[in-house]
Design a protein around this ligand. Sequence first.
Ligand code: ADP
Ligand code: G3P
Length: 495
Amino acid sequence: MTHILAIDQGTTSSRAILFDGDMKIVAVAQEEFPQHYPDSGWVEHDPDDLWGCTLRVCREALERAGLAAADIAGIGITNQRETTLVWERDTGRPVHNAIVWQDRRTAQFCRDWRERGEEETVTAKTGLIIDPYFSGTKLKWILDHVDGARDRARRGELMFGTVDSWLIWNLTGGRAHVTDATNACRTMLYDIHKGCWSSTICGMLDIPMEMLPEVKDCAAAFGTAAAEHLGAEIPILGVAGDQQAATLGQACFAPGMLKSTYGTGCFALLNTGDTPVRSENRLLTTVAYQFDGKPTYALEGSIFIAGAVVQWLRDGLGLISKASETQAMAEASDDTQRVVMVPAFTGLGAPYWNAECRGAVFGLTRNSGPKEFARAALESVGYQTRDLLEAMRADWRGEAERATLRVDGGMSASDWTMQFLADIIGAPVDRPEITETTALGVAWLAGQEAGLYPDMDGFAKAWKLERNFAPAMEESAREERYAAWKRAVAAAQQA
Ligand SMILES: Nc1ncnc2c1ncn2[C@@H]1O[C@H](COP(=O)(O)OP(=O)(O)O)[C@@H](O)[C@H]1O
Ligand SMILES: O=P(O)(O)OC[C@H](O)CO
């Protein structure tokens, strides 16, 4: 058994990536699945799509690599986080579509909950703020709206899970109802200090605790994939939410190390070691990873629109036909114009958490055109990251000051964006050779549990730099531009 199968179940596609004994990628298979938008601000996935396309890509990757299940030492699963599923214990049938992390249907409930003055209790226990983003209020919504669901859950007939739990349940033929600490801590039902489900929060949301999965370390025996799925039994040995998996894949193991992943959204995590740091600046306290029952914590900043702003230039405005064209446009743009784009298409995430804010563009002149729009779109990703880093620097005793930022995700391929990022945060940006860090992180979890891959130190040494972006912008220009961004965000929120 020489290989590891990493499953990356994301918001828009499922991917299966096979790694060899040297942690090199040997095959990738990917499949997109439909998004469902039943109402304004609602986003759902069909649970059968999530499971079905995951299984197909696993089979396809094996076929492409010319490998059989017997060659696979273990499976690692990483997944879109917070997305909420409920299914029947007996039949495995979901009682509702999965409610996706982006879904805002519980915004009113969250507002009322905050106004009842209960946010302090929630934050103290879970490290999160009250927002529809997390699983807790989505699960409550399902229990409130599916006939008889709460009573059935109380009788132990229904099970809750995030996407990792759902996939493991299916892979193991209904034998394992489990999750890991990094996924559990995004539900808003998990006490990150005690390391267990919180009866207080479950009580506040009237969630029967019978329906919650068992929480394990990130590297553990999660169950065995049944032979009928991939041709032979394979143990599932690693699980982590996708942003935590990227933190692992970037080998951010020491306190103060920082990564940011630029996909559809952007998620920055700062390792704070064994101390859960309480944010004074609306960041989240989260479990970065957990081994031997001991959590390592992180401060997380979540931005909902990063690469998605480039998709909007392509699909919404028709200014480009592919994402990489933005590079040449930004290079050729008029630098004297100060067009500022606030891409708050679905509200603003950290550190603003303004669900009602919408996008805006400032500073347009008669000469502003597609190139300036492209530049402003790419710059918006840098400015939003700076917002997160400002908050991290303030929260973490100033120790995150000028820390190198390790980047990954699809948009990190844009050299122009990465250089602007280094310029505007005033700190170095490191892009690794492998930008598939999410899959790598969870492959490493499974691989070291299987005894195939090195320990933490060995893995950290294997991390390789592809390119460093050093800040080159004058301090005065940096601060002047950032101030213009802050004014634009304030104005967008007032509009
Ligand atoms: N060269 C590029 N320049 C700018 N944006 C890019 C580039 N390549 C990809 N992107 C953006 O990155 C995103 C895709 O990254 P990916 O990590 O695959 O995202 P996800 O996992 O969220 O689907 C898209 O939103 C796309 O617009
Ligand atoms: O599926 P992604 O890569 O868009 O990541 C989604 C995040 O896990 C949401 O918290």
